[in-house]
Design a protein around this ligand. Structure first.
Ligand SMILES: C[S@@+](CC[C@H](N)C(=O)[O-])C[C@H]1O[C@@H](n2cnc3c(N)ncnc32)[C@H](O)[C@@H]1O
Length: 198
């Protein structure tokens, strides 16, 4: 009983969720990790049928995947993250929150085969290559060329997906979104967009 209440507590609001992480990770939350309300909205759209496999491209400390997995227990949320330390925080947080339908992979997106996943979430992960003020740490290399390379890779991978594939972008400049994806929802502030491939 106490464990169930504790688990529900993490999903009550963003501040409560952030207690899954140490202070240095909590301090990055507002700028780098998806707010719970956005995760819930995106998860509702992406989990369009039971058993769907949804990939978060650049999963950080796992906030999107863990929250989405809580809100949509019949789907499985996968996260791919290039930074090993963030990947470890995601694994630890998933265990503490007792989430069984989220999985994390430590890898660069360019080395992952996207054909295994049905739908996708993308929170402007490659922007850190363009903006000196947007950097989480110095664990990885940054460059404009990497931004272009990552966007091209994702664009081409999304182009190969079948009609009906769903994508949610948050704060994206859309360099990674092929024209075959049609926006079906745009939030008033233009930051949250939901797409379906024609
Ligand atoms: C803005 S954070 C979003 C984290 C998570 N999706 C969320 O919403 O809570 C973007 C993450 O993408 C990761 N990332 C950036 N480029 C990547 C790449 N090429 N492959 C894998 N991860 C990448 C960064 O390390 C960072 O943790």
């Amino acid at each position: 009983m106490e464990k169930t209440l504790l688990k529900r507590g993490y999903f009550a609001n963003d501040a409560a969720f952030d207690w899954l992480y140490p202070q240095k990770i909590r301090e990055l939350s507002k700028r780098h990790w998806t707010p719970l309300a956005i995760a819930e909205q995106a998860a509702d759209f992406l989990a369009d049928a039971p058993g769907k496999k949804i990939l978060d491209i650049g999963s950080g400390v796992g906030k999107f995947c863990i929250a989405a997995a809580h809100f949509q227990p019949q789907a499985t949320f996968y996260g791919v993250e290039q930074r090993y330390k963030l990947h470890q925080y995601a694994q630890a947080a998933k265990d503490v929150a007792q989430i069984s339908n989220a999985e994390f992979v430590h890898e660069n997106i360019t080395r992952l085969d996207l054909s295994s996943y049905d739908n996708f979430y993308f929170y402007n992960s490659f922007f850190e290559n363009l903006d000196d003020n947007d950097r989480i740490d110095e664990e990885v290399a940054y460059s404009t060329n990497l931004y272009i390379q990552y966007c091209r890779h994702l664009y081409r991978s999304l182009e190969r997906k079948p009609a009906g594939t769903r994508l949610v972008t948050f704060h994206s400049m859309q360099d990674e979104v092929p024209p075959s994806f049609q926006a079906t929802y745009v939030s008033d502030d233009l930051q949250l967009k939901m797409w379906i491939k024609r």
